[in-house]
Design a protein around this ligand. Sequence first.
Ligand code: KG4
Ligand code: ZN
Length: 319
Amino acid sequence: MKILGIETSCDETAAAVVIDGVKIRSSIIASSLKDHKKYGGIIPEIASRRQLEYINPVVNEALSKARCTLKSIDAIAVTSTPGLMGSLLVGTSFAKALCYACNKTLIEVDHIKAHLYAPFLIEQGLRKKKIPQLPAIGLVVSGGHTSLYHIKSFKNFELLGHTLDDAAGEAYDKVARLLNLGYPGGPIIDKCAQKGQKSDIRFTAAPLPKTYNFSYSGIKTAVLYHKQKNENKADFNINNIAFAFQDSIVNNLTKKAIAACQQKQVNTLVIGGGVAANSALRKKLAQESHKHGINVYFPSLALCMDNAAMIAGFGYHYI
Ligand code: KG4
Ligand code: ZN
């Protein structure tokens, strides 16, 4: 079965063709990120206007790269929530119009849960990939969300915990902004932290014991206070600040994910979302999972970010 996926929840306009819920035939992504950079964050009005410009060429390219026509597509899956209202409206309207005109089935997909489907996808040229088995614990770490799920089946997700304030990616973006490092902050802080090292600087992500909830607003404020107090000192070191900040976030995410696996007696852990590209998080989760007999699965770097292959693949299970 061939599904065309469409994703327009934020600044990416993406379309993909996925076969039988797993094999990616094409995955095209256009982004308006460069238009937002000077503002230090996504401007919804700009994002939705770019979505309108990009959607038609992106869908056409996804179809032609997969060597198929709209006629040969069995269904269209589209991100319906959550996201920026204007951006979502472009993708859902486009998908509905296509379905109406071409008599196709429309599948509405939840963006957050779809992020956790990325490790289940097989990219072109990668035939011998190990596919995760359900049940699994799923950790979504993106710009807008940090959530932990017990995935019993693709239609049965139990939400174990979520962020009470800033999401992990949001904390990265805000900390990068207050350190004048640019936007998006995740990849920049990741790089700075690799150049930094363990020092006397300590930041603590709220542990929120006995819950699977997350809170990263306090740690962001702690970085701000540290900067205000120390920026004129000779040993003020951005790389070491990035290291300490990242270390705390990564430890907090890892602890909660491993604890959920242990409590639910599940030995499969799947990760998704933009922060899943983080080098320290990948390393720490791999180490701790190995220690506890858990198999951890990350998407490829390309599939960590917003894409339509995860929408088409996940949508297959909802047709
Ligand atoms: O999943 P995504 O593409 O968009 C949402 O659905 O929100 O995630 C974007 C987020 C941004 O906050 C970005 O700073 C973060 O992912 N990010 C990273 C890294 N690469 C992207 N965070 C930490 N380390 C990275 N290497
Ligand atoms: Zn996302």
